[in-house]
Design a protein around this ligand. Structure first.
Ligand code: GDD
Ligand code: MN
Length: 368
């Protein structure tokens, strides 16, 4: 870095890690080569890596005061790790960067200059801007997914960037800190959250990035992360109208109706069964299916595991649903009796029953 910044801490580089042991030392060497001996610190925020990343980071930090380590135990999440890293530095500027060598440290200096000189409030290294390349996105499949997700994010949040999901950006630490109370801390989309949380649209400059291949280890962006991303977008758009978890619960319920009908069709068509028996079996099947899908999706963050907990949860869910079904029929019958058109009466019953099921099962089946 240039003369006036010598010995003064200017830039903190936040490196979130999960199983990146072999990537850290060479990355620090590359940062050192790009920025020179001082003016910066690297903060490794490790989440429970099983490959000894935190020990390796401490080993490096013991010999180099520019390196710091935050080890989180029993925690997960790229975005929340980044937030904790940012809140732990005294440097006036902060950069967030992947630790797997997909982001080139050579860009840091130019990004810092742009923000420090006031050209922009955030400098983003983009994979999709003119002059960049996204070669490191493991395959065409992943690249399509990434472009789609970016496109969706842009449309839904009104942020006009080529790469609002980039994991490589730089800004003033103070600006970031003031936005922290508004950040969700969920998933990978930390930059998007920051841009959406800012009271005024932020001035952003994009720097072309040649997104490289990861040096060693595997990507942690899996289906769960992609799902969290969609849930997060929904939450931002409609979460205040219909709470996200209730929307998921309702969606699962709708799928459950399809399952119910399918079972009924099979029983009535193939096997000779009386209607009430078929209906009872279909109801039980749909309830069991809904329990499984809710446990897997709606309550993925507090999922019941192990045979005993699952059995208890399943029985509790069926009991809850029976009460809900009773409320459903009671309300619908009452309304229909008062002259409400049958479709509306039935719908009201379904809504009341669903809210009841939701309230009870979130409290007693998945509650803590
Ligand atoms: N502390 C912590 N906790 N770090 C994590 C976690 C976590 O739960 N999950 C991933 N990381 C770290 C990884 O170790 C890596 O240093 C960095 O975060 C990026 O994770 P990757 O697993 O390498 O992500 P990717 O390369 O597949 O995804 C890239 O594209 C995404 C958008 O398409 C990255 O650039 C992401 O930052 C970006 O959001
Ligand atoms: Mn990566």
């Amino acid at each position: 870095m240039e003369a006036p910044t010598h010995n003064v801490l200017t830039l903190a580089i936040i490196l979130p890690t999960r199983d990146e042991r072999d990537n850290i030392a060479p990355l620090i060497a590359r940062i050192d080569a790009a920025l020179g001996p001082d003016g910066w610190e690297a903060i490794i925020v490790d989440d429970d890596s099983s490959d000894g990343t935190a020990d390796e980071a401490r080993r490096l930090a013991a010999a180099d005061p520019r390196i710091r380590v935050i080890q989180r135990v029993g925690r997960r999440g790229l975005a929340s790790a980044v937030i904790e890293g940012v809140c732990s530095t005294a440097a006036p500027f902060v950069a967030v960067m992947d630790a797997d060598h997909q982001h080139d440290p050579q860009l840091l200096d130019a990004m810092l200059r742009k923000v420090r000189d006031g050209e922009a409030e955030v400098a983003v290294a983009s994979r999709f801007v003119e002059g960049a390349s996204a070669d490191g996105l493991a395959d065409a499949h992943r690249e399509t997914g990434s472009r789609l997700a970016n496109d969706l994010a842009r449309r839904l949040t009104g942020v006009s960037l080529t790469d609002p999901l980039s994991g490589y950006f730089l800004m003033r630490t103070g600006t970031f800190r003031t936005l922290v109370p508004k950040l969700s801390g969920i998933g990978f989309k930390i930059l998007l959250d920051i841009l959406a949380a800012a009271p005024e649209p932020m001035r952003v400059v994009e720097v072309p990035l040649n997104f490289a291949h990861r040096r060693s280890g595997d990507s942690k962006l899996d289906r769960a992360v992609a799902f969290e991303f969609l849930v997060g977008l929904y939450d931002r758009l409609l979460g205040k109208l219909v709470p996200t978890r209730f929307a998921l619960f309702g969606t699962v319920g709708a799928v459950g109706i399809a399952v119910h009908m399918a079972i009924l069709a099979v029983l009535l068509g193939g096997v000779t069964a009386t209607f009430w028996k078929a209906q009872a079996i279909a109801t039980f099947g749909a309830m069991s299916f809904n329990f499984w899908l809710n446990n897997w999706l709606t309550y993925r963050d507090q999922r019941l595991r192990g045979p005993a907990a699952l059995l208890r949860g399943w029985m509790g869910f069926c009991a809850t649903c029976s009460v809900g079904a009773f409320a459903n029929v009671a309300v619908a019958t009452l309304l229909e009796g008062r002259g409400v058109v049958w479709v509306l009466a039935a719908l009201a019953g379904i809504v009341v029953g669903s809210v009841w099921n939701y309230a009870l099962s979130s409290r007693f089946v998945w509650g803590r």
